[in-house]
Design a protein around this ligand. Structure first.
Ligand code: C2E
Ligand code: CA
Ligand code: CA
Length: 705
């Protein structure tokens, strides 16, 4: 649901309805107030009118119920008296415009208009309202004693009239004839009267209108016979309007404030929801990312493989496992290890093709997919580039560190993606078996090798305790007189069912599985025990895992002590690949071993990097020229050149040289001539058991060539 529907619209509806209700409430209340006030005003107008009529009645009564009037107007009719005492008085003092005295038939006996005695008939002058009242008053059998007042419309305009029967105030004071006469008084509803009413009603200026106006207060004025005499109108006060006007600015301010608050709340909510969405996206992103390198993780990679496998396109998987990473972690700690992984991730990222999908699967494993457009040549080039990039030395904490990577490559040939992963994994192990730092394309033949290897690893775990591992010794002789100067201890495995297994097979398995440390200890122990009393040196091979093992020096000391083997007779053979990986640390280990007077030989020289610089840098006691070089000597001119170069270099560095794998007299001759100090090979002696060594070699004469 969008923000708009979730928050904005409901909020607008809420605020608008709240403000609408408030405004509506105010309108309603003020309208009620207006209405109430108008009713009130009408009540007051009516009351004022009633009061005016009552005053009219009272006045009429005062002048008609009077002993003098009874005797002057009923017994006789004193015109002069009537004019002075009634007509003039009422005109002057009470502002009654017309005064009549009529007989019982309503005919005027006396008429005074505007203070002048005239001949006039009230019926003509006072309109229908009056006529009806007069009929009621005079025509009934016994006319009422109380005066009648009312409204009538005269040709001059609406007026108030009063009709009152003339009689004595004190009945019986004068004998009266049986005639009836009436006093008729009138008052035009003019400005003066209206003013009076206005004052009495405390209303703003009353006016008399023939029609009812708009938006004004009205009181319909009715004549005595129920006809309209016009409308009393006034401008109503409408206090509600005033209240409304006074409240409106506050209401607007309040409304704006509410809107501002609502807007604030909305903005806040929007921000919060944006943050929520951002963190959701981030969480999703992180769930698919490896937190260390920032590369896609195994999950994301599996998703990618699923996508590829569903898309019907072929693709290639490069499965990468770092070589020597475990050593770095163990030696330098996890901090350095993590940094190394990050850097490696960056390097891989930089060297993959744009279409490639790179991920870290965990630990020191990475993987890359390439789409089906890549030929195997191009894939090989990518792999070579990655191997080179990973192999560049790292500068971490001042020490150059070198690691490698083994790559297994598998292409999807309508295979399930899980099969592709397994194939790449098998190919990766094949790369490792082939000496690491390389890549291999999957081949189904690898499968059998792999499972065999797995079985061998299981078997090797029991081999040491089962006594299947033995040590043989191969003589090393001095080139000068062919006298045996030392022996090289070489491991042998006699498998109960498979027979003898070559160290070229089981040593790499031991190295990969971590068994090499235990195996190495066993061989050193066995060799020290066997060779203790031999008057020659003892050369023992060290694998990288043993070499980097922190307990190496302590283990060696313990073994030497246990068998009373003099350290100066012991020599360790190491290969240059691991010197290259971590030169600083290698230097330190070598120097610690040499302090114990143990000698160090560089094994298999001339095969790998043969980096001359390292010969100078490390304190070595011997260089062993690799068998492959010796093998080719008799027919390969180039091999002789390499040999000569190495020889002159070592001579310059004052490093004695041993040639291994010497099988023929010819080889021995060339090597001796070239300046090799020591020889080893079948020409001088095969590796033999300790017993055989004791029987045939020890104390024997110098070996004849
Ligand atoms: P390496 O250290 O170069 O050992 C010399 C190898 O050359 C031995 O093979 C030896 O039997 C063989 N050899 C000696 N003279 C001749 C010759 O004249 N001609 C030929 N063709 N070969 C000759 P081996 O014993 O099969 O050992 C193979 C490799 O296994 C060794 O190479 C070494 O790297 C490793 N290895 C053997 N024993 C041990 C051990 O106890 N510890 C460790 N870490 N590695 C060992
Ligand atoms: Ca060796
Ligand atoms: Ca060797």
């Amino acid at each position: 649901m969008t923000f708009r529907f979730q928050y904005l619209f409901p909020m607008i509806v809420l605020v608008a309805s709240a403000l609408g209700a408030l405004a509506g409430g105010l309108l309603w209340l003020t309208a009620l107030q207006n209405e109430a006030e108008t009713l009130n005003e009408r009540d007051r107008v009516r009351a004022a009118l009633t009061a005016e009529m009552e005053a009219m009645a009272t006045t009429a009564k005062v002048f008609s119920v009077w002993d003098d009037a009874a005797s002057k107007l009923l017994v006789t009719f004193d015109r002069a008296w009537a004019k002075i005492n009634i007509a003039d008085y009422l005109h002057d003092q009470y502002h009654f415009e017309m005064v009549f005295i009529t007989d019982a038939q309503g005919r005027a006996i006396f008429a005074s208009i505007d203070g002048n005695v005239v001949e006039a008939d009230p019926v003509e002058f006072l309109g229908r309202g009056y006529r009806n009242a007069a009929d009621l008053m005079m025509m009934t059998r016994s006319s009422p004693i109380e005066p009648i007042v009312g409204v009538s419309v005269s040709p001059r305009g609406p007026l108030l009239f009063g009709i009152s029967k003339i009689r004595s105030h004190t009945p019986g004071s004068t004998p009266l004839p049986a005639i009836e006469r009436f006093l008729v008084t009138t008052k035009l509803i003019d400005g003066k009267v209206l003013n009076g009413l206005t004052k009495a009603a405390t209303n703003p200026s009353l006016a008399l209108q023939p029609t009812q106006g708009n938006g004004v207060g009205i009181w319909k004025l009715r004549t005595f016979d129920g006809q309209s005499a016009g409308f009393l109108t006034w401008t109503p006060l409408k206090p509600g309007d005033r209240l409304r006007q006074r409240t409106l600015p506050w209401l607007i301010t309040f409304g704006l404030a509410i809107f501002a608050i609502a807007a604030g709340v909305l903005i806040q909510a929007r921000r919060a929801s944006a943050q929520l969405r951002a963190s959701e996206t981030k969480a999703l992103y992180l769930a698919s990312r490896d937190s260390l390198t920032g590369l896609p993780n195994r999950r994301a990679f599996t998703d990618e493989l699923l996508r590829l496998s569903r898309s019907d396109e072929s693709y290639t998987l490069l499965y990468m496992d770092l070589d020597g990473f475990k050593d770095v972690n163990d030696t330098f700690g996890h901090g350095v290890g993590d940094k190394l992984l990050c850097r490696t991730g960056e390097r891989l990222q930089r060297h993959i093709p744009p279409q490639g999908f790179l991920a870290r699967l965990g630990g020191d494993e990475f993987a890359l997919t390439l789409d089906g457009t890549f030929s195997s040549d191009r894939i090989g080039m990518v792999a070579a580039r990655l191997v080179a990039a990973v192999g560049e030395p790292h500068e971490l904490g001042g020490e150059p560190i070198v690691i490698g990577v083994s790559i297994g490559i598998a292409s999807s040939q309508n295979d399930d993606y899980e099969d592709v992963i397994r194939h790449a994994d098998v190919a990766m192990y094949a790369s490792k078996a082939r000496g690491r730092d390389g890549w291999s394309f999957y081949d189904s033949a690898m499968e059998t090798g792999r499972s065999e290897r797995k079985q061998l690893e299981i078997d090797l775990r029991h081999a040491i305790t089962a006594g299947e591992i033995t040590v043989v010794y191969q003589p090393i002789v001095s080139a000068r007189d062919n006298a045996m100067v030392s022996v090289e201890a070489l491991a042998r495995w006699s498998h109960p069912t498979k027979g003898a297994i070559s160290p070229d097979v089981f040593i790499p398995i031991a190295e990969e599985s971590g068994l090499i440390v235990e195996l190495g200890r066993f061989i050193l122990d066995t060799a020290c025990a066997a060779a203790r009393d031999w008057p020659v040196g003892l050369a023992v091979n060290l694998s990288p895992a043993q070499f980097w093992d922190r307990t190496l020096v302590d283990d060696v000391c313990a073994a030497l002590k246990r068998h009373g083997f003099p350290p100066e007779r012991l020599e360790f053979e190491i290969t240059e690949t691991y010197l290259l990986r971590r030169p600083e640390l290698a230097e330190e280990i070598i120097s610690r071993l040499r302090k114990l007077q143990i000698r160090i030989a560089l094994d298999d020289f001339g095969t790998g990097y043969a980096s001359i610089g390292y010969l100078r840098r490390f304190e070595l006691d011997l260089v062993k020229i690799d068998r492959s070089l010796v093998e080719n000597l008799s027919f390969d001119r180039n091999a002789i050149d390499v040999l000569t170069a190495i020889m002159s270099l070592c001579r310059a560095l004052n490093l004695p040289i041993l040639a291994e794998g010497v099988e023929t007299k010819a080889q021995a001759a060339i090597l001796t001539a070239a300046g090799c100090s020591f020889m080893q090979g079948w020409y001088y002696g095969h590796p033999v058991s300790a017993e055989e060594m004791n029987a045939n070699f020890i104390h024997a004469k110098p070996m004849a060539a």
